[in-house]
Design a protein around this ligand. Sequence first.
Ligand SMILES: O=C(O)CCC(=O)C(=O)O
Ligand SMILES: [Fe+2]
Length: 359
Amino acid sequence: MANVETTTLTLAPYDRAAELKAFDLTKSGVQGLVEAGIQHVPRIFINQSETIQKASTFFELPVIDLGSTDRASMVEKIRAASENIGFFQVVNHGIPLSVMNEMLQGVRSFHEQDVETRKRFYTRDTSKAVIYNSNFDLYNSPSANWRDTFLSFMAPSPPPPEELPEVCRDIQIEYSNQVLKLGSLLFRLLSEALGLKPNYLGDIGCDKWLAFLGHCYPACPQPDLTMGGTKHTDAGFLTVLLQDEIGGLQILHQNQWIDVPPTPGALVINIGDLFQMISNDKLKSVEHRVVANERGPRVSVACFFSSSPAPPTKVYGPIKELVSDDNPPKYRETTAHDYIRYSFSKGFDGVPRLLHLKL
Ligand SMILES: O=C(O)CCC(=O)C(=O)O
Ligand SMILES: [Fe+2]
C-alpha cells in the first residue's frame, strides 16, 4: 500500500499533461524507463484507486478439454462458465506448446530488442501495420499502466509480412492463424451453448476479425503503486489470452478479485462486451486486470475477435433468436463502426462501455 509520504506527493498538483507527453516522446515505453534503471514509479503511473487491495481469493477457473469426445458436456461447461464467470481456460485446443512458447518468446524479444529498432514502430496512428506504444489511452486515463503493447490487425486482411516486426513476424503469423482456427471452433461451441445452430456466430462474422496484442509488463520497482493493466472489460466478442509463467491476471468474480495463475499449456478465454450485448446479457463480459510485479518482464498475447469498423453498415444487436416477449432486447442496435469508434475513444475510464447502448 502507498505510504503517506508517497500519497501526499501524488496529490500535489503537477503538470500531468507535460509529463505524459515527455514520456510518450521517449518512444521507448515503460521498458525504456526500466532499461534506464528507474527506481521509483513516476507519478503518471500512480494509481490511487486500485492499488489498495491486491489480495485475491483462491478460485479455480474451469479448465475445458477441447479434445474431449463428449461434445454435449463440453458445450455445457462452456455455457456455464460463460454465463457465470465470463472466463474459462482451454486445453487440447490444437495450438502446440512449441508455438505458444515461441510466441511468448517472440513478444519478449520485440520488447527487449534494441531501443532504436523498437522506436521505429512507436506510434498512435491506428492505420499503421504495427502500432507499438505504451498505454493506448495514455492521454485520457486517470493513471498510466505499467505496460507496453504492440498491436496488429491480423484478419481478415493481415499486413504484408515485411511490415511486421522482424524479430517475431513468422511466429506472429503462425500463431494468429492457429488462433483463428481455434476461434472458429470456440464460436461453434458457443453457438451451441446459446441453443443456436453451430454456424450461427460464424455466419454473422464473429470469428473473422482478429486483433493481436503483444503485451509486456516490465519488472516494476514499486508494484504496489501502479497496475500492469487497470480493471476493464474487453470490447470485442471473445478474447484468447496466452500468458507466460509469471502470473498477475485477476478477474472480478462475486465482488472478489480472483487470481488466474498460469496453467501450463492452457489458454484463457473470455467473453467481451460485444458478445454480452448480442447475447442479450446471457453471457457475461467480466472485469479483469493485471497487477504489476517485481519479477518480470511478464509477457502475454491477447487476441481479440471483434468486429471490423468496415463496412460501416454492419449492424449488431441482441440476436433475434435469443429475445422474446419475456426477454425483450436490452440493447439498441449499433453499427460496428460506431461501436469501435466509441470504444476506442473512451479508453479505460471506468464507465461500462455497454451503458450507452442500454435500452
Ligand atoms: O495480459 C493479460 O493477462 C491481460 C491482458 C488484457 O486484459 C487485455 O489485453 O485486454
Ligand atoms: Fe482484457
